[in-house]
Design a protein around this ligand. Structure first.
Ligand SMILES: Nc1ncnc2c1ncn2[C@@H]1O[C@H](COP(=O)(O)OP(=O)(O)OP(=O)(O)O)[C@@H](O)[C@H]1O
Length: 722
């Protein structure tokens, strides 16, 4: 398959060996580019010559588009052709395979042999699963498992066609255990730019298992902050599309993200992995589209400000009880019972008699609706029944011996209209409002009537799942809206009912659901354990994975964050990768000068990093600090609930909107007992805030430090900060 060598080849200097190999590979890629380039030019000229394309020409154009795509991939490969090498001797083979692994597979133009193996190919799995514990290894191939021995695992950094680094993490017969993570640490220590990036060169074994999990599984990932959940889910999509090209397509996949800004933040990973056309959306945007914008969504900012504002936990909880109720599976069950009853009672209790002597008995209409059309969704059953009633009337009119046929038809049509109007409203909104009014503790008053003519009713986010459920029972699923695979990020903030609804649109159950219960800060709408989701999938069709290592932050930051959630035993602590950095700095500042000190600190942090964030508890505070930055001439971006783009640089953000993002350095302000009391919500907010930082974390407080920061720790660190 790839280049092979016999066992006894003399050891070479790794750098020189890789330099030679790179030179060969780049020369071969350029040769291929030249051939493809000439061919492309020819096809482009042909296309211009004739505008009306025949079927053959369309087929040619498709081939030409594929060729152009290949050309683009080859051009990318000249910059970074591969990132790793694995030497593997399969049992029974006489020669070792040298597999060079890259983002895209490339063949040698002279021999047509694989020169670079795509990272998603079965054999490439070895590069990730092999951790150097003994040299035995195996991977799953389409022909069954292939066992053998690993001789070398090497990380190679090529940038813009230049060899920059070679690190061997395993060499057969040598003790390389100490260097195993060197390459990963080197990658993690880099400053990040403003977007999430791919991790193909350093995917870890436990992440690889998730990426390559069976396509028919609903994969549920509980992963601590920074464990790579989002990144892994995006890589899984690229993997599924590569492995199951015939059965899955990008335009039938979707990523559900918590907000539009997060969609922007992750938008570059898939194109980097060579994948385009996957829908990236929020549950609300998707739901409103499926509902054909029958309703609008109330601006969520008010609720966010209220929930994360400073008030007693008890008071907060009571106001949000109906949100919790509307997201529960018991709500789905009550709604299903309501719809069953509606189905039973919706047929008008009347025969249809369009003119004297002709009557269509109720029993016939009922039989059509309940039996003949029972396999259609409700709305279609109603439409079919009414169309049949109309047809029956038209036949009756034709057969009638009435002399004034026109008058008879007019009268009959009026009767038909009146009959049609006897049927109740079959829209999600009408049914949902009736349902709410029938439920103790709920009511349709929560749905806001339009303020002016032509405007729509407005609902809250938690109303969308029940409305979609009704829509599904009324209309079924339009095949264009059916998913092959769905990714749900920050799933701890999804309700069980939302997952149930999404399942209707993804009948294969092929889903990747990821989140972290320690970060569930929207507790009024989310879940407290994963059983609420797992139980929705049949046994054997769901896989639960746990990611406990945090790759994002330094050892010191993770230790600090863990201490905050330690008293709350139900939360999982993150295990740090041993990447040591600066101590976390906890600093008391004067109330009077807190804004100036924060601005100074931000500027200082920004001198050493490309992305920096000042994190506040409330949105109001974020406005105040942002204003202070601008007054001081510091170019900072305020991120509020309406933001749809992430700019990088300096951001000022309430913590609840920073979830999912990361920054080289973070300054948490106002970490006092008034802003962060001993409640679990405060602990989770602080935990989320701390774990946004990759390299540096600073904490400012005035007056009394939040009791969530252990005092001994704070004293020590205050001392350290001087
Ligand atoms: N195997 C890896 N190699 C290199 N970097 C990694 C690896 N896994 C994760 N990372 C990095 O760790 C950071 C966190 O990843 P990601 O945002 O996907 O984590 P997450 O679990 O979704 O975090 P959160 O729950 O905080 O949103 C990113 O910078 C990502 O590139």
């Amino acid at each position: 398959m790839m280049e092979s060598k016999s066992f006894d080849s003399a050891p070479k200097d790794p750098l020189q060996e890789e330099r030679d190999h790179l030179e060969y590979v780049l020369a071969q890629i350029r040769k291929q580019l030249k051939r493809d380039g000439t061919r492309l030019l020819e096809t482009d000229e042909d296309e211009d010559a004739d505008e009306a394309l025949t079927a053959d020409e369309i087929a040619d154009a498709t081939v030409a588009e594929l060729a152009r795509e290949r050309f683009r991939k080859l051009r990318m490969a000249t910059r970074e052709p591969y990132f790793g090498r694995l030497d593997f001797l399969a049992d029974g083979d006489a020669r070792i395979d040298q597999m060079y692994i890259g983002k895209r597979g490339v063949d040698d133009p002279d021999t047509a042999e694989r020169m670079i193996l795509d990272w998603r190919a079965p054999a490439a799995s070895l590069f990730y699963s092999f951790t150097g514990q003994g040299d035995e290894a195996a991977y799953e191939s389409p022909e069954g498992p292939i066992h053998g021995q690993v001789y070398l695992k090497r990380n190679i950094v090529v940038r813009d066609g230049e060899l920059q680094r070679v690190v061997d993490s395993y060499v057969h017969g040598q003790d390389t255990s100490a260097t195993t993570d060197e390459f990963l640490l080197y990658r993690l220590a880099e400053n990040k730019d403003s977007r999430l990036r791919d991790i193909v060169s350093t995917i870890q074994a436990e992440q690889n298992d998730i990426i390559r999990a069976d396509k028919n599984l609903a994969v549920i990932i509980q992963g601590v902050a920074g464990s790579g959940k989002t990144t892994v889910a995006l890589h899984r999509l690229a993997y599924l599309l590569y492995q199951h090209q015939e059965r899955m397509s990008a335009d039938r996949m979707a990523i559900f993200a918590p907000n539009a800004m997060f969609v922007d933040y992750i938008s570059e990973v898939l194109p980097e992995l060579g994948v385009g056309g996957i829908q990236q959306t929020t549950f609300a945007d998707w739901a409103l589209r499926i509902l054909d914008y029958e309703v609008g969504l109330r601006d969520p900012s008010h609720r966010l400000r209220d929930w994360f504002g400073l008030k007693a936990a008890g008071a907060r909880r009571a106001e949000y009880r109906d949100v919790e109720a509307k997201g529960a599976l018991s709500c789905r069950d009550a709604l299903e019972a309501f719809l069953k009853e509606f189905e039973r009672t919706c047929i008008p209790e009347a025969d249809f008699s369009p003119f004297e002597g002709h009557t269509l008995p109720l029993t016939d209409i009922v039989a059509w609706f309940r039996d003949e059309y029972s396999h259609y969704p409700l709305y279609q059953r109603r439409s079919r029944v009414l169309a049949r009633v109309k047809r029956w009337m038209e036949i009756a009119l034709k057969e009638s011996s009435e002399l004034d046929k026109k008058a008879q038809k007019r009268a009959a049509t009026a009767k038909y209209r009146a009959y049609e109007n006897l049927w109740p409203d079959f829209t999600p909104l009408a049914l949902y409002r009736t349902f709410l009014d029938s439920q103790p503790g709920l009511g349709s008053a929560s749905i806001h009537a339009p303020k002016k003519r032509g405007a729509r009713y407005e609902v809250q986010a938690e109303d969308l799942a029940p409305m979609l459920y009704i829509h599904w029972r009324l209309q079924g699923v339009d095949p264009r809206d059916r998913f092959d695979h769905v990714v749900i990020d920050e799933a701890q903030d999804f309700s069980p009912f939302q997952i149930a609804v999404l399942r209707n649109y993804c009948p294969s159950g092929s889903m990747t659901i990821l989140g972290d219960l320690s970060q569930s800060i929207h507790t009024y709408q989310g879940i407290t354990d994963w059983d609420a989701f797992m139980s929705q999938f049949p046994e054997g069709h769901v896989g639960y994975y746990q990611l406990d290592v945090s790759y994002r932050s330094t050892f010191e930051i993770i230790e600090f964050a863990n201490e905050i959630i330690r008293p709350f035993r139900q939360f999982r602590e993150a295990k740090p990768v041993f990447r040591s950095g600066e101590e976390v700095v906890v600093e008391q500042v004067e109330w009077r000068t807190r804004l100036d000190q924060a601005v100074d600190k931000l500027s200082a942090l920004h001198r050493e990093a490309s992305t920096v964030a000042l994190l506040t508890r409330t949105e109001e505070d974020a406005h105040v600090y942002h204003h202070a930055c601008l007054e001081a001439g510091v170019d900072a971006h305020l991120i509020d609930a309406k933001q749809s783009e992430y700019h990088g640089g300096i951001s000022v953000v309430p913590i609840y909107l920073a979830k999912g993002l990361e920054f080289d350095s973070v300054l948490l302000v106002d970490v006092d007992e008034q802003h962060y009391d001993t409640s679990s919500l405060s602990a989770k907010l602080l935990y989320v805030g701390c774990t946004r930082a990759l390299h540096r974390l600073h904490v400012h407080y005035t007056d009394a430090l939040s009791p969530l920061i252990p005092r001994s720790d704070a004293d020590e660190r205050c001392g350290a900060s001087g």
